[in-house]
Ligand binder design. Structure first.
Ligand SMILES: Cc1cc2nc3c(=O)[nH]c(=O)nc-3n(C[C@H](O)[C@H](O)[C@H](O)COP(=O)(O)O)c2cc1C
Length: 203
């Protein structure tokens, strides 16, 4: 009788929880945290590796797993910033240059989000970009409820970094994921579109 009752409870419980509320809460809590909010402290490499391992579980068509990452910290961050400035005239104005250098300084690591196009082009490129973005989302979600924050930035002239990043012909960099430690952040209300109104249902 006890087992029967427990099973009924389990069924009711599962029915009410078709979706794990904790996961919904994590997804809804994800947000961009910008370098101006970082305290400049360095995150342990082990933690960064854990984030990258989470990224690596993203789905991909034909399992091409197109994402890969080049991670900059310490003085290599400055070299990366200098190269970006060198390649982008717009960043050469003192104010913009200083702003960018400060962003790099405040960040613990800059993760270059890279993508490798399947050599046989067995799937469309957009699918490989989409898969890489899903890998980045895994990093972003992994930061929820921690003191690690980050955001994806796509600086102008990123394609000019190919040589510096030692990328092959079939590889490209889709941007930087700035990552750092923050103490506190202000509340931010992002106006989300009304997806309920925009969704079409067909029975
Ligand atoms: C592919 C991609 C590229 C982005 N590039 C930039 C960028 O160049 N500069 C920037 O300020 N934010 C960039 N963002 C971050 C968005 O501004 C941010 O996600 C958006 O404001 C929503 O905020 P939230 O991440 O807190 O939900 C990018 C986001 C994505 C997904």
């Amino acid at each position: 009788m006890g087992i029967y009752y427990n099973n009924i409870l389990k069924i009711i419980h599962n029915f009410n929880k078709m979706i794990n509320n904790k996961i919904s809460a994590i997804i809804k809590a994800r947000r961009s945290i910008f370098p101006s909010q970082f305290n400049g402290q360095k995150i342990e490499q082990e933690t960064i590796l854990e984030l990258i391992k989470n990224a690596n579980t993203a789905p991909s068509h034909k399992l091409t797993q197109p994402w890969f990452f080049k991670v900059f910290s310490g003085s290599s961050k400055t070299s990366l910033a200098q190269e970006l400035i060198k390649q982008n005239q717009l960043l050469q104005h003192t104010q913009k240059k200083d702003k960018l250098l400060l962003k790099f300084q405040n960040s613990s690591h800059i993760i270059c989000i890279c993508m490798q196009r399947d050599k046989t082009k067995s799937i469309p490129e957009w699918e490989e970009i989409a898969a890489t973005a899903m890998a980045v989302q895994n990093i972003w979600l992994s930061c929820v409820d921690s003191n690690i924050g980050g955001y994806w930035s796509t600086p102008k002239g990123i394609e000019k970094l190919n040589k510096f990043l030692n990328l092959k012909k079939n590889e490209r960099c889709l941007g930087f994921f700035y990552i750092g430690i923050y103490e506190s952040i202000k509340e931010r209300k992002i106006p989300r579109k009304n997806i309920e109104q925009e969704t079409e249902w067909f029975d």
